[in-house]
Every structure is written in structure tokens, then in C-alpha cells.
Design a protein around this ligand. Structure first.
Ligand code: PLP
Length: 407
């Protein structure tokens, strides 16, 4: 890599492309659904935009501005390219939390003013950035239906259709769930929405770079993305806004009218360059990387499924290979996450204490409080090695075989 001296791009993760004898580095990172390291090649490209090419992309009277603007537009094309969007349909935000806020609040208010109703539909297992935005909209006088998924974490098209009303103006369903990795039937739901003139928003943060997304085919109006789940930097995201004169969004941040009036604020050129490069890299690597991770996932699941008390959360078929969410049916207050000292995974609850609130996603699947609390999300990524998977299986095997199993 040719990182400039201004940035140290070495990372502590185990590189997949090093030889098999590579020693394990601890702690092992298996929490790629929470965030990913910036790919070193991406970090290297960002650096010049901090120090030398620092112009404001809105400065139209000199070359510093032109250079920054060109970088921003190249990145817009790269992000659009991964998902089959047109370049002009990508709006920069500070991350997917903001993208979700802009999509839902921005569309709901405009549609209500046009007399299109006040009802919205979403799913109870969405990310908090959608659920909490929906709660705010309820306080603003909107009515929201929260669909309950089945025990596999999925909603059905029949269930979705049954929830729609004549005054439904917007629906929001995530493509891939961040906790359990299941894939919702977005193509079918989009067709249903399009047939009824309902604006359809999709949080695709956990899908981008992992499964193909083609917005030329999907009947989706608004789609949220984040860079830091795809080996890009934190603090930058995008919202796809389909080109359609009927689809306008009310800005949530007022100011200089950047991004076609949808999102004011000086564009963070270095972050945007990072997101663009990360998405371009994902487009290049996606197929090969998914295949490699699928093999690691199979090895992990085959090693763990035979252990007593291990339960898979979410559909075994409709899922991305990067995610394995497990509950442990054990006697007593043993927290498996709390004992995985040298492996970084997500716990089923906000913290590991026995009285922490269980995961609302696992509860929605019908898991008991005990099973929803004693859960871990193992998420694999670009730098995960076979050795790390084998170590994880061996560690969990040792841990679980010393535990009494619930009757
Ligand atoms: C991480 C995540 C978000 C939030 O994205 P940020 O860029 O961190 O604000 C939203 N939705 C899903 C599904 C996520 O996994």
C-alpha cells in the first residue's frame, strides 16, 4: 500500500491473504456488523483530501474547489455504481442514521401536506434509527403500524399487504437485519408499494457490499447506506432518492442548500472519497469475498451446531453469510458473551449484566428473556481467517461443554 506519511494505515486485524501459518492476533475481531476497519487502500486515498486537496467542493471560483468537487462527484458515481443507481440520485449524509431520518421525516411531511394520508408501515425489528424516527413521527400526528416478524425474523408479503390502508403514504423495511442477518423480501414488497403509490424506503446498510443490489430493478424510492459497515470511514453515509418529480424530501438540516436543497452543510470531501472508494472496492470484491465468507460461515456453524444448547436465531436460509446469531440454552446466569474474553462479538443485550434488557429483535422472534439475553452475534468480514474461525469454535466448545444444559 502507498499510504502517505500523514496517515498510518496499518491495522491490527489478521489479513486473509497472509499465509496460513499466520499467528492469531488477539483480541479476534468478529463484530463486522457493528463496524469495519477502513480498508488500507481506502484510507490511503482519503489522506490527500485532508492535507493537500483540502478545497471546499462548493468553491466554484478556483481550482481548489473544482478539484474537491470532482472528487465528490467521482465518489457519487462509485456509490451509485455498486447499487445500480444514477449518480444524481445519491445524496450525502453524515451516516445511515441521518439517511433514515431524512428519508422518513422528509418524505412523510411532504406527503401529508399533499393530502396523501398519515399512515406508515414498518417492522418491529428495524434498526433504532428507523424505529425512533417513527416514534417521533407518531408524536407529530402520524400513525405507524409495526409488523411483527415470524420466528424466522421475516415478514410475509400477505402480512405486509394486510397492513396497508388507503391513507398509507410510506413503508420502511430493511433489506438485511443488523442483528440476525436475515434478508427481507424487498423486491416483492416494492412491487406492492409501487402498485399503490406508496413511497418505499429501505435501510440497506447491512446489505451493501454483501449481496447484490440493483436499483434499476427494485421498486424502491429511498435507500440508506453507511460507509463504515463497508470498510469505509465512520461519519459518512448516503441516501438514494429516486429521480421522480413527485418524490421530494423536506430538508432536516437548513443552510446553504447543498445537495439539491435536501441536505445543507459543507461536504466532507475526505469522508466522501473514502465512501466512494470503499463502495468501488466492494463492487470489485463482492462475489469472491461473499464466497470466501460463506465457507468460513459454514465451518463456524458446522462446528457449533453440534454443541448442546446452541440455537440459531433467524432464518437459516434467507440470510447473509456474514452473520451468525446464536442463543444458548443454559442453566443459571452464565453469560457466554461475558466469557469470550479474547474474541470480540456482540452480546444479545446492551451489556452483559444479568438484568440488562434483552435484545428487542430476539424478543420479537419469540425468544424467552433468558434466551434473548444469552445470545451472541458473530459477524465475519474481509479480514476473518480460517484460523480465527477454528479458534472461535474451539473456545465455544470448551466453554459450552463445561456448562449444564437447560432441561
Ligand atoms: C449501523 C446501522 C445504521 C446506522 O448507521 P450509521 O452510519 O452508524 O449512523 C442504520 N441501520 C442499520 C441496519 C445499521 O446496521
Amino acid at each position: 500500500m502507498n499510504a502517505s506519511s500523514a496517515c498510518n494505515t496499518s491495522i491490527a486485524t489478521n489479513h486473509a491473504d497472509t499465509d496460513n501459518k499466520a499467528a492469531l492476533h488477539f483480541p479476534i475481531y468478529l463484530d463486522y456488523s457493528a463496524t469495519t476497519p477502513v480498508d488500507p487502500s481506502v484510507a490511503a486515498k482519503m489522506c490527500a483530501y485532508l492535507t493537500e486537496k483540502f478545497g471546499n467542493p462548493a468553491s466554484s471560483s478556483h481550482s481548489f474547489g473544482w478539484e474537491a468537487r470532482a472528487a465528490v462527484e467521482k465518489a457519487r458515481k462509485q456509490v451509485a455504481g455498486l447499487v445500480g443507481a444514477q449518480t444524481a440520485e445519491i445524496v450525502w449524509t453524515s451516516g445511515a442514521t441521518e439517511s433514515n431520518n431524512l428519508a422518513l421525516k422528509g418524505a412523510a411531511h411532504v406527503l401529508r401536506e399533499r393530502g396523501r394520508g398519515k399512515h406508515l408501515v414498518t417492522v418491529s425489528t428495524e434498526h433504532k434509527a428507523v424505529l425512533d424516527t417513527m416514534h417521533t413521527l407518531e408524536r407529530d400526528g402520524f400513525e405507524v403500524t409495526y409488523l411483527q416478524p415470524g420466528s424466522d425474523g421475516l415478514i410475509t408479503t400477505a402480512q405486509f399487504t394486510a397492513a396497508l390502508r388507503p391513507d398509507t403514504l410510506l413503508a420502511s423495511v430493511m433489506m438485511v437485519n443488523n442483528e440476525i442477518g436475515v434478508i427481507q423480501p424487498i423486491a416483492e414488497l416494492g412491487e406492492i408499494c409501487a402498485g399503490r403509490g406508496i413511497v418505499f424506503h429501505v435501510d440497506a446498510v447491512q446489505a451493501a457490499g454483501k449481496i447484490p443490489i440493483d436499483l434499476r430493478r427494485l421498486k424502491v424510492d429511498l435507500m440508506s447506506f453507511s460507509a463504515h459497515k463497508v470498510y469505509g470511514p465512520k461519519g459518512i453515509g448516503a441516501l438514494f432518492v429516486r429521480h421522480n418529480p413527485d418524490l421530494t424530501l423536506e430538508a432536516q438540516i437548513d443552510g446553504g442548500g447543498h445537495e439539491n436543497g435536501m441536505r445543507s452543510g459543507t461536504l466532507a470531501t475526505h469522508q466522501i472519497v473514502g465512501m466512494g472508494e470503499a463502495f468501488a472496492l466492494a463492487a470489485l470484491l463482492q462475489e469472491e469475498e461473499s464466497a470466501r465468507i460463506r465457507l468460513l460461515h459454514e465451518r463456524l456453524w458446522e462446528g457449533l451446531r453440534v454443541l448442546p444448547g446452541v440455537l440459531l436465531n433467524g432464518s437459516a436460509e434467507q440470510r447473509i453469510p456474514n452473520n451468525l446469531n446464536l442463543s444458548f440454552d443454559l442453566v443459571g446466569e452464565v453469560s457466554v458473551a461475558g466469557q469470550l474474553l479474547d474474541i470480540a462479538v456482540s452480546a444479545g443485550s446492551a451489556c452483559n449484566s444479568a438484568n440488562a434488557a434483552p435484545s428487542y429483535v430476539l424478543s420479537a422472534l419469540g425468544r424467552s428473556d433468558a434466551l434473548a439475553r444469552n445470545a451472541i452475534r458473530i459477524s465475519l468480514g474481509r479480514y476473518t481467517t480460517m484460523e480465527e474461525i477454528d479458534y472461535t469454535v474451539a473456545t465455544l466448545r470448551q466453554l459450552l461443554q463445561s456448562q449444564p444444559i437447560a432441561a
